[in-house]
Write a protein that binds this ligand. Structure first.
Ligand code: ZN
Length: 226
């Protein structure tokens, strides 16, 4: 599934990525948020100078992705650190806005714990994948975090209990980054009767699977058992 990013600039940002350690200037992590209100109010608020807050991206419940601040600039989404629970921050001790990308998700549990809509989830996963590839962000809980990890006192519910962390990590690590040539090999093997179903080509092969492939080949091409 592919998504388009709509540019909707906010004045709430700092130019560039000040060198947090005076040596490198890079994007190290993604911080996920949940907005306090529904779209489009949440978008206009983040574009209002009075808010003094923003994010790089906003994903609506309809699955639309808005970009408010360029990746190479610093958005104001998680600069206040209060009782953090984040080793990456502890090792840097510098304003997290400077080395993170902030993604806001339109409020999804205002009336309970309904969670992201399916299309909102798909858009978020797609965006995560783009950023992970572009900035070589490791897929782990130190580099893809929630706002609550930065401010556990005033933002314990950002992005909230309904945020699908397990599913997101599973999907990000899963088949979404499989290259086409690997899928082509699986398809060819299936056509030839060497494997009987579709497989994730990056999955390790168990002994039974290796033996099954060999037996299939012997039966089909040597013994010619149909
Ligand atoms: Zn937040």
């Amino acid at each position: 599934m592919s998504f388009k990013i709509k540019w909707n600039p906010s004045p709430n940002f700092s130019v560039g990525r000040r060198k947090y350690d005076y040596q490198t200037e890079s994007i190290l992590a993604i911080v996920n948020h949940k907005t306090a209100g529904k779209f489009p109010g949440c978008l206009s608020w983040m574009c209002n100078p009075q808010a003094e807050a923003s994010a790089h991206y906003l994903i609506t419940r309809a699955g639309e992705i808005y970009q408010l601040v360029k990746d190479e600039d610093t958005s104001w989404h998680g600069g206040i650190v209060n009782k953090p629970n984040w080793n990456l921050y502890n090792s840097i001790r510098y304003n997290p806005n400077r080395y993170t990308i902030g993604i806001e998700h339109e409020d999804y549990d205002g009336d309970g714990e309904e969670g992201l809509t399916e299309i909102q989830y798909q858009a978020s996963m797609w965006l995560h994948n783009q950023l992970i590839k572009k900035y070589n962000i490791p897929i782990d809980t130190e580099h893809i975090v929630g706002h609550y990890r930065i401010d556990s006192v005033n933002r314990p519910n950002c992005p909230g209990n309904a945020f699908p962390w397990d599913k997101l990590f599973t999907d990000l690590k899963g088949g979404t980054q499989v290259e086409q040539w690997k899928l082509d090999i699986i398809a060819k093997a299936k056509n030839m009767g060497i494997v009987s179903t579709d497989h994730n080509p990056d999955e390790p092969a168990t002994k039974w699977f290796v033996l099954a492939v060999i037996i299939n080949m012997i039966e089909k091409y040597i013994l010619k058992i149909t």
